[in-house]
Design a protein around this ligand. Structure first.
Ligand code: UD1
Ligand code: CA
Length: 464
């Protein structure tokens, strides 16, 4: 059982404008793995079982609240962005004293719960816990200033730093955990007397050192955890780091990737044993894959369940569907929402299935559209068969009984039913029910004209 921190309060700073994203969307709503960055941070905080989560918002305020409306958090408005210290101060009236507060950032989405646990455990009435990192290129970050015994003395922002301080490679990630009443005292003493004219949260570190509060530092296990997003390049880098992390978790669970760097999970994937995923696969929403499922290259699977030993050949899209054991789909097939495919069904190339129920053993192998259809077992649908399910105003259903054989290039004009064991001759337009067990066809009879001659091209006189 991981620790839960029932008295912990969390503040997430998310009021910054994010000008460098050059977007109408507030920065913290930009998605990583299809989930807003801020939602990643909120989920990490929630994973600690914190007592309350406060999100300080400002820029694009209403949009941020609406974008995350399903999140049970307390919203705190920071009207003007006067600095990180000022932002934290806005939430302080809502916080209970004598407990720990953890400060996080809405634009640093990949922070891991394990790292936060270390930080929170290190904080106490006498100890402030600070998350720092050692970077070969510390440019832009606040630097951790230590004395000759190694104790942290203060943080100096890059813009306020002298040359020797700029050489310090240990940086402030911004994340920290501290006792609420201590923080309250220090925040009341902040001023904006610095290079940026802002109320720096980082100034509380110097105050803690002066007040003889111990400053304990922890480090994240991976650097991507502390990376912030300020522009689209960083957003893309974070997306790749996140996707790789997800692929790693799936590989630990036994999933085989032909190339984990060419895989995107935008939601959740539950995978059985011996699942193989080829390159350029996108999984969206909630997807469940049974044992032995093979997903070929260039497939998109959305909110679907694929049972054991399903094979998806290259270049297919499967959405909001249920696919039973042993089914083969593709290449180049589209299985649309509301479809249920029974065991060992085969859906071949250039086939579109919509809101249809196809029972076990049936085959739709080539160039077909099957929509709003209930199809029995072991039906064979010939190439080019189309259910005409739409009259321009309404949709109608097609019923096809067990063991029916639909000849190639048939149009089934719904509403229409084909009985069990019926055979439909190729090229038929079926607009009345076809009885079970019989051959039905609608086809002009074939004629051959005796003495007919193929036209011959007229000889034109050559132009001078
Ligand atoms: C801050 C730290 C710096 C650290 C860096 C880590 C301070 C003074 N400096 O610098 O030491 O190395 O983060 O990335 O804290 N925000 C608000 N309201 C404000 C200002 C900021 O909510 O008035 C939020 C932003 O949305 C952002 C976070 O606070 O999520 C950090 O703000 P930012 O301006 O990016 O701080 P840095 O200058 O990067
Ligand atoms: Ca920043």
């Amino acid at each position: 059982m991981p620790d839960s921190f029932q008295n912990l309060q969390v503040i997430i700073l998310a009021a910054g404008q994010g000008t460098r994203m050059r977007s109408a969307l507030p920065k913290v709503l930009h998605p990583v793995g299809a989930k807003p960055m801020l939602a990643h941070v909120i989920d990490a905080a929630r994973g600690l079982n914190a007592k309350a989560i406060y999100v300080v918002y400002g820029h694009g305020g209403e949009a941020v609240k609406q974008g995350l409306s399903e999140q049970a958090v307390n919203w705190v408005l920071q009207d003007k962005q006067l600095g990180t210290g000022h932002a934290v101060k806005q939430a302080m009236p809502l916080l209970d004293d004598e407990q720990t507060v953890l400060i996080l950032y809405g634009d640093v989405p990949l922070i891991r719960q394990e790292t936060l646990r270390l930080l929170v455990k290190a904080a106490s009435r006498h100890t402030l816990a600070l998350l720092t990192a050692h970077l070969p290129d510390p440019g832009g970050y606040g630097r951790i200033v230590r004395n000759n015994t190694g104790a942290v003395m203060r943080i100096v922002e890059e813009k306020d730093a002298n040359d020797s301080q700029r050489g310090i490679k240990e940086i402030n990630t911004g994340m920290l955990a501290v006792n609420v009443s201590l923080l309250r005292q220090w925040l009341s003493r902040l001023n904006d007397n610095n290079a940026q004219g802002e109320y720096y949260l980082t100034d509380i570190i110097g105050m803690a050192a002066e007040d003889a509060i111990e400053i304990d530092t922890c480090q994240p296990s991976s650097l991507f955890e502390i990376e912030g997003v300020n522009n689209k390049t960083q957003l893309a880098e974070i997306e790749r780091a996140y996707q790789r992390q997800q692929a790693d978790v799936l590989m630990q669970q036994g999933v085989t990737f032909m190339d984990p760097d060419r895989f995107d999970l935008r939601g959740t994937l539950i995978a059985g044993q011996d699942v193989v995923i080829d390159v350029n696969v996108i999984i969206e929403g909630d997807v469940v894959l049974g044992d032995g499922v093979y997903i070929g290259p260039n497939n998109i699977i959305i909110d679907s369940t694929l049972d054991d030993n399903v094979t998806i050949k290259p270049n297919c899209m499967v959405a909001l569907s249920r696919v039973a054991k042993g089914v083969e789909i593709g290449p180049f097939a589209r299985v649309r929402p509301g479809t249920e495919l029974g065991e060992n069904v085969k859906i071949g190339n250039f086939v579109e299935i919509k809101k249809s129920n196809i029972a076990s053993g049936s085959k739709v192998n080539h160039l077909s559209y099957i929509g709003d259809t209930i199809m029995g077992e072991n039906v064979n649908v010939g190439a080019g068969t189309i259910t005409c399910n739409y009259d321009g105003a309404n949709k109608y259903q097609t019923l096809i009984g067990d063991n029916a054989f639909i000849g190639s290039d048939t149009q089934l004009v719904a509403p229409v039913a084909v009985g069990a064991g019926a055979t439909i001759g190729a090229g038929s337009t079926i607009s009345h029910d076809a009885p079970a067990g019989k051959l039905t066809l609608s086809r002009a009879s074939q004629k051959t004209r005796e003495g007919w001659k193929r036209p011959v091209k007229k000889q034109r006189s050559k132009s001078p």
